[in-house]
Ligand binder design. Structure first.
Ligand SMILES: *[C@@H]1O[C@H](CO)[C@@H](O)[C@H](O)[C@H]1NC(C)=O
Ligand SMILES: *[C@@H]1O[C@H](CO)[C@@H](O)[C@H](O)[C@H]1NC(C)=O
Length: 458
């Protein structure tokens, strides 16, 4: 399960943050032009002055007078002035916001960060786990005695995040954690190999599934006043379940919208490329997971199957396990916590192109004129649900089957269990933090082969 946020706002360059993050949150930031709509009451002219046009006008105005710009584009000079003024205000507001959230802030005490880094390293050497709160406390303790400190320092979460990022090379892969991770990955891949072999599962019956929560976040400004406090907010939210088989076959995408119960009946008639449903909060739950199993995966299959998914609670709950016993003839393999980004095919290979495709569709829509609706006050509405489903279907269709097949190899899900394809497994590749996992896996594979030979000889 992971998250994608697509958003637009009337503010130029507003970073969006999704409150719905469970695992990781991908944040997409778009430059959006809608503040420009504030002046225009008339729908037709509003549409005409679309993003690219305004960008061109403003670019031209950078090196030409307002009068000349107005003549050049055959528009009112006041409009050019208004746009310029708005853009300046937006940039200013943006900088203010950046300061508030810690974005462009001046650099903090170098001595503090050096001493803090030393302290963390020394704790690590003693195998003490250092929590974020401990780092904050220590920072506050050290700060009064540094020689290059400013007035106040509160050890905010924003500062801590930045500090950890600046020192990412030092903190990211403490040795013990990497070893633990590596051990988990090795035993997972070995487990897959053993399951596939012992149950005689064919490549076409190895399936990966994953949920992606998409958030669309729109911010409407209210003109004239402080943009910090008077923004209206609208957010739409859906979950897309993607699944495919190791032979490259893609299962139909499953889309759960938040609310939208009435619209769903209509949408279902219009759309056959995806399985649609509604969810009270936009997320999956046990009922919907069972629904996915029944409607997308299907109970019936000639041969035994293997379903690989992460440790999301809907995958491991009693309800889901009970559902899986109702005639699916399927074994599940749960990717251990913390390993998905290294070994889940969706995280490793599908999500990036899928997300990019959605973003492209979204940006084309924002820049274009088709399929847009506006509020009474003239603001662009969220893309229609039908449109979202179209984008999801197109993005999923567009994903190369070769890439899907490769992703199963790269994640060790469809490699030969004799070890001859283990060099394809990306997280054990040269230069990767868990590169030494490959030897460990080879040893396990060899032990299994030997014990099988012993059994055969008896
Ligand atoms: C940690 O970050 C500080 C600055 O914040 C930098 O001076 C230092 O070199 C970094 N340490 C490492 C090991 O990256
Ligand atoms: C899951 O969500 C659906 C749709 O919102 C709802 O009908 C169902 O009762 C929920 N199931 C559980 C177990 O919460």
């Amino acid at each position: 399960m992971h998250f994608v946020v697509l958003g637009f706002s009337s503010q130029v360059l507003l970073s969006l943050f999704s409150p719905c993050g469970r695992h990781k949150i991908a944040i997409a930031t778009f430059e959006a032009p809608y503040a420009f709509f504030q002046n225009s009451r008339n729908m037709a002219s509003r549409r005409k002055f679309d993003f690219e046009f305004k960008e061109r006008v403003l670019r031209f105005a950078e090196t030409n007078s307002g009068e000349k710009t107005a003549r050049h584009f055959n528009i009112d000079a006041k409009r050019v002035r208004d746009w310029k003024k708005q853009r300046e205000e937006l940039l200013l507001a943006d900088r203010r916001r950046a300061r508030l959230t810690g974005g462009g802030r001046k650099k903090l005490s170098v001595e503090l960060e050096r001493r803090l880094a030393e302290w963390i390293s020394s704790m690590k050497e003693e195998h003490c786990r250092v929590s974020r709160n401990m780092i904050k406390k220590k920072a506050l303790e050290i700060y009064p005695s540094v020689s290059d400190g400013g007035k106040t320092f509160v050890a905010s979460t924003g500062w801590l995040q930045k500090f950890l990022e600046r020192n990412a090379t030092t903190f990211r892969h403490p040795v013990t954690l990497t070893e633990q991770l590596s051990a988990k990955l090795v035993s997972f891949v070995d487990h897959i190999g053993k399951t596939v072999r012992s149950r005689g599962i064919l490549e076409k019956d190895i399936i990966v599934m994953d949920e992606t929560a998409l958030c669309f976040d729109v911010v409407y400004p209210t003109s004239g006043e402080n943009p910090q406090t008077t923004r209206g907010r609208k957010e739409s939210h859906l979950t897309v379940v993607l699944a495919a088989k190791a032979d490259g076959t893609k299962l139909r995408p499953y889309v759960a919208f938040r609310g939208a119960d009435e619209e769903m009946a209509v949408l279902r008639q219009q759309i056959s490329g995806a399985v649609l449903t509604t969810s009270a909060n936009g997320f999956m739950n046990d009922t919907l997971t069972a629904d996915w199993l029944q409607r997308v995966l299907g109970r019936f299959n000639m041969e035994p199957r293997l379903l690989v998914w992460d440790s999301y609670r809907c995958h491991i709950s009693g309800t889901t396990r009970a559902e899986l016993k109702r005639g699916y003839d399927i074994t599940t393999a749960v990717i251990p916590r913390g390993c998905a980004k290294h070994i889940q095919a969706t995280d490793v290979m599908w999500n990036q192109p899928f997300k990019r495709s959605l973003q492209d569709a979204y940006e084309r829509w924002v820049a274009g004129v088709a399929d847009k609706e506006y509020t009474a006050a003239g603001y662009l509405k969220l893309p229609a649900r039908r449109l979202l489903v179209d984008w999801v279907i197109a993005a999923w269709d567009g994903l190369d089957e070769d890439l899907i097949r490769e992703s199963f190899k790269v994640c060790g899900l469809s490699v030969k269990s004799d070890g001859s394809e283990d060099d394809l497994i990306r997280c054990f590749g040269d230069g990767q933090p868990c590169a030494r996992g490959r030897e460990a896996l080879a040893r396990l594979r060899q032990q299994s082969a030997e014990s099988r030979r012993d059994e055969d000889n008896q």
